[in-house]
Design a protein around this ligand. Structure first.
Ligand code: ATP
Ligand code: MG
Length: 552
């Protein structure tokens, strides 16, 4: 990554600066720990930019570790997509990809250590009873009748659990901490549960699986993580994180710090709910361009640089807040305005015939790919007697504020000539089918010689050479800014979030690459769709409009 992205500062970086000033660590080591039960979303991008960004800026290391302790919901498809997305965002993890499941043997031995110290026991209450005994925020919990078993009995029962001698839900291993703790996570939390499920990494080796709180801190310590960064809902769990590490024999001592989750308006950032959108076929897969997933944003034409810029702008704090969608789109627009080549496309075409232009004259015009960046080169676009312009760019009558083509008046065609609309032809419904025009041959990229002023500029494509293209316009996926808070978020879906148009694009776009955005002059940023485009069909996604449309 380039050095143009300025180094951010935030409370976590201040903690690291202090730790380094006190020589607490030689190397800063972070990790990004996704659970492979879905595709990454924009919230994960925030965590990725934070963890990998810190490693980069402090010359430290960042691991990619799959937090894979729940085989029932996990899949290698998710593992692969996550690896791809992290790299696409521009980051490189240290060494091999890691899995919490790599440490299942070690975790098992640490569980035995806790049992031997009298700090863990096998409980045979049912899951419902465990819940009941746990108490509430205002009421302390009750000790399980199995809490005071002997160490030997616990060792033998835990071994039985491991050997598959208990059915699911019939036994679990719990830490022996304090059923009256004001922190519910400390009320004898479950450390291991029985699950007769095949695991995507360990197959059928295990039928007991460690819980997140037990696994995470130990995995961090095994990997020598110095700063373990997670979101605020784990604040209370930090006590358990520290308790486990304080009570087992392990040399490294990572520390957990919490920051606020990213919430984005008009978007869902819960994998469970995103999964529902996919499985209910409300969207067209995890990479639907309306999804706030990394794969959806990629397919839509967002760039890694724009997403990184966004994550930097929103910052890292402990305050819960919701970021406006326009902030994300602003970052996309900033990047694409600088870097996207220009092209012309007409989304709602109406025909123009230039009657004083020869039918045989196909004139090759040279146009810059970018108005301010000559280094991006030029392209050739052929001008012909018959063209298409956008229906919205013509009116039979209009006032002075309308700076496009009006009957009897002139307008400039982008990078070409000035034309005047002389008459129109309509179909039986009164809809305009053709606009007959004349052009001024002396105005190719020049002002008219007699000094008359022509204000507007509109885009066009050649009727003879333009290629048909399906153009997909996206609107917000939800009708409400906070769909996540609705009782049933599926009732807040915007039924018109995808509008499909049949348009025409200049022929140079035949060779465009999926997910690489262009600015279609005056229309917005668009990119070829990776899923529906083929050799005989061009399909473009609107990445983002030219102006903010969220605050209208
Ligand atoms: P979800 O609720 O979508 O399942 P999760 O937190 O369970 O999210 P993980 O795969 O466990 O998903 O997340 C991996 C890392 O990404 C964690 O460290 C988590 O804190 C972080 N993360 C997840 N969602 C967000 C978010 N919205 N904002 C910031 N960080 C997030
Ligand atoms: Mg999680």
């Amino acid at each position: 990554m380039s050095g143009v992205e300025a180094r951010p500062t935030n409370f976590i970086r201040q903690i690291i600066d202090n730790d380094l000033a006190e020589a607490k660590y030689k190397t800063i080591q972070t990790r990004f720990p996704p659970e492979p039960n879905g595709y990454l979303h924009i919230g994960h991008a925030k965590s990725i930019c934070l963890n990998f960004g810190i490693a980069q800026d402090y010359r430290g290391k960042c691991n990619l570790r799959f937090d894979d302790t729940n085989p029932a919901k996990e899949d290698v498809e998710y593992v692969e997509s996550i690896k791809y997305d992290v790299q696409w965002l521009g980051f490189k993890w240290d060494g091999e990809v890691r899995y919490s499941s790599d440490y299942f043997d070690q975790l098992y031995h640490y569980a035995i250590e806790l049992i031997e110290k009298g700090l863990a026991y096998v409980d045979e209450l049912t899951p419902d009873e465990i819940r009941e005994y746990r108490g509430t925020l205002t009421q302390p919990g009750k000790n399980s009748p199995y809490r005071d078993r002997s160490i030997d009995e616990n060792l033998s029962l835990f071994n039985k659990m491991k050997n598959g001698d208990f059915a699911e839900g019939k036994a679990c291993l719990r830490a022996k901490i304090d059923m009256a703790s004001p922190f519910i996570v400390m009320r004898d939390p479950v450390l291991y549960r029985i699950k007769f499920a095949s695991h995507h990494q360990t197959g059928d080796k295990w039928c007991i699986y460690p819980m997140y709180d037990f696994t995470h801190c130990i995995s961090d310590a095994i990997e020598n993580i110095t700063h373990s960064l997670c979101t605020l809902e784990f604040q209370d769990n930090r006590r358990l994180y520290d308790w486990v590490l304080d009570n087992i024999t392990i040399s490294a001592r990572p520390h957990q710090y919490e920051f606020s989750r990213l919430n984005l308006e008009y978007a869902i950032t819960s994998k469970r709910k995103l999964n529902l959108l996919v499985s209910e076929k409300i969207v067209d897969g995890w990479d639907d361009p309306r999804m706030p997933t990394v794969s959806g944003m990629r397919r839509r034409g967002y760039t890694p640089a724009a997403i990184r810029d966004f994550c930097q702008r929103i910052g890292v704090t402990k305050q819960e807040n919701t970021v406006e969608m326009s902030t994300l789109e602003f970052c996309v627009r900033e990047d694409l305005n600088q870097n996207a080549p220009r092209a012309m496309a007409v989304i709602d075409p109406v025909k123009v015939v230039i009657e004083n232009y020869s039918d045989h004259l196909d004139e090759v015009l040279n146009m810059p790919n970018h108005p301010n960046r000559p280094e991006l080169g030029n392209r050739e676009v052929v001008f012909t007697r018959e063209l298409f312009i956008d229906r919205a760019d013509f009116r039979e009558e209009a006032n002075k504020n309308y700076k496009r083509l009006v009957l009897g008046k002139e307008v400039r065609l982008r990078n070409a000539y000035v034309i005047r609309a002389d008459r129109v032809e309509k179909d039986e419904n009164g809809e305009i089918t053709t606009i007959y025009c004349s052009y001024d041959p002396a105005t190719l990229n020049k002002n008219p010689e007699d000094g008359r002023k022509v204000k507007g500029v509109i885009h066009w494509v050649s009727a003879k050479f333009a290629l048909p293209a399906e153009i997909r316009l996206y609107d917000r996926l939800f009708n409400t800014p906070n769909p996540g808070s609705a009782d049933d978020f599926l009732t807040t879906i915007n039924p018109n979030s995808l509008i499909i148009k049949q348009g025409l694009v200049e022929p140079s776009l035949r060779n465009s690459e999926p997910a690489v955005a262009y600015q279609f002059e005056r229309e917005g940023y668009f990119c070829l769709d990776s899923k529906y485009s083929s050799d005989d069909k061009l399909v473009f996604n609107r990445t983002v409009g030219l102006r903010d449309s969220w605050n209208e």
